[in-house]
Design a binder for this molecule. Structure first.
Ligand code: ATP
Length: 293
């Protein structure tokens, strides 16, 4: 039996540079793993793939876990199956890449469980065919993503900062946010370049403070309560507060986990869903069951 932690991501910066002929958007983003993670277990099974889900509600049909498992079987010709349990802790359709994290964990864990011996680069390429955030979830830490966000360069790590995640009870569909973005003109901004510049200089405070997300404006226009929330998170003393991915989750960065925790009750009392976590240096973590050979 194998257990995997599938960590969520936040976007410290996200620039949209235009549309691509393949229908995706050309983006430049700085991705950061956080310790908030789904927990998956994997055991061998004859023939089929079986999935059990608990926690945050997510459909079993078309689940990215099963898609990743199926793609790995097809790409390698492996015939065996697996029992997979997914304990969903990462909120769904939240801009935190939870589905991608689960797919990434599935590729890594089944590669081990089925003794396929696929190299990391192979899993990254396969992951990119399933979802653009999957290569980052496999790699983890802090990285610059270009192209669809899946052409990765690892960046110097941040120290373990406190992360307060604040989310409304609704979710947002990634495609709908990009469609809305395309209806408006946007002045060019380069927060990802700035964050990257300061990370290479070793100035992590300046790096996180120069973050920004070009999708915020369209999301805030439709959901003005999120604009106010961002302002309140900054007033609460966050180094930075902003939308993660296409939202609707906002994240706020604090010097430590304790300080993020300290600020959480105010936002929970206002009726938001809140999570307190820290930045992480890795994406997927695998643990082997005791009875494993
Ligand atoms: P991204 O920012 O990568 O677009 P997200 O964090 O906004 O993703 P996810 O939670 O990954 O959103 O879910 C996006 C969609 O994928 C949802 O509509 C959900 O039903 C579907 N989905 C399929 N499998 C999963 C999974 N294992 N976990 C979460 N969502 C899943």
């Amino acid at each position: 039996m194998l257990l995997a932690l599938a960590r969520a991501k936040i976007n410290l910066a996200l620039e949209v540079r235009g549309r691509r002929p393949d229908g995706y958007h050309e983006i430049v983003t700085v991705l950061q793993s956080i310790e908030l993670a789904d927990v998956l277990t994997f055991a061998p099974a004859e023939g089929g793939l079986f999935l059990e889900v608990s926690g945050e509600p997510v459909p079993k049909a078309n689940n990215l876990v099963l898609r990743a498992a199926e793609c790995l079987r097809q790409a390698t010709g492996y015939r065996g199956g697996a029992f997979i349990r997914l304990q969903k802790n990462i909120p769904v359709a939240a801009g935190l890449g939870g589905g991608s994290a689960d797919a990434a964990a599935t590729l890594v864990a089944l590669n081990r469980l089925w003794r396929l011996g696929c190299p990391e680069e192979f899993l990254e390429r396969l992951g990119a065919e399933i979802g653009v955030d999957i290569p980052f979830c496999l790699r983890g830490g802090t990285a610059l993503g270009r192209g669809r966000g899946d052409e990765l360069t690892s960046l110097p790590s941040l120290p373990a900062l406190g992360v307060l995640l604040v989310k409304p009870f609704y979710g947002l569909a990634t495609a709908a946010v990009y469609q809305e973005f395309d209806l408006h003109l946007h002045p060019p901004r380069y927060p990802a370049e700035e964050v990257t510049h300061w990370l290479y200089k070793g100035e992590w405070r300046l790096a996180v403070k120069s973050g920004g997300n070009m999708l915020e404006e369209v999301v805030f226009r439709r959901h003005p309560e999120l604009r106010r929330l961002k302002e309140e998170l900054l007033v609460a003393g966050a180094f930075y507060a902003g939308l993660s991915g296409t939202g609707p989750t906002l994240f706020a960065l604090f010097p430590s986990w304790e300080e993020a925790l300290d600020k959480a009750p105010v936002f929970a009392a206002q009726g938001w869903r809140v999570w307190v976590t820290t930045t992480a240096r890795r994406g997927i973590r695998l643990f082997r069951g005791e009875n494993d050979a």
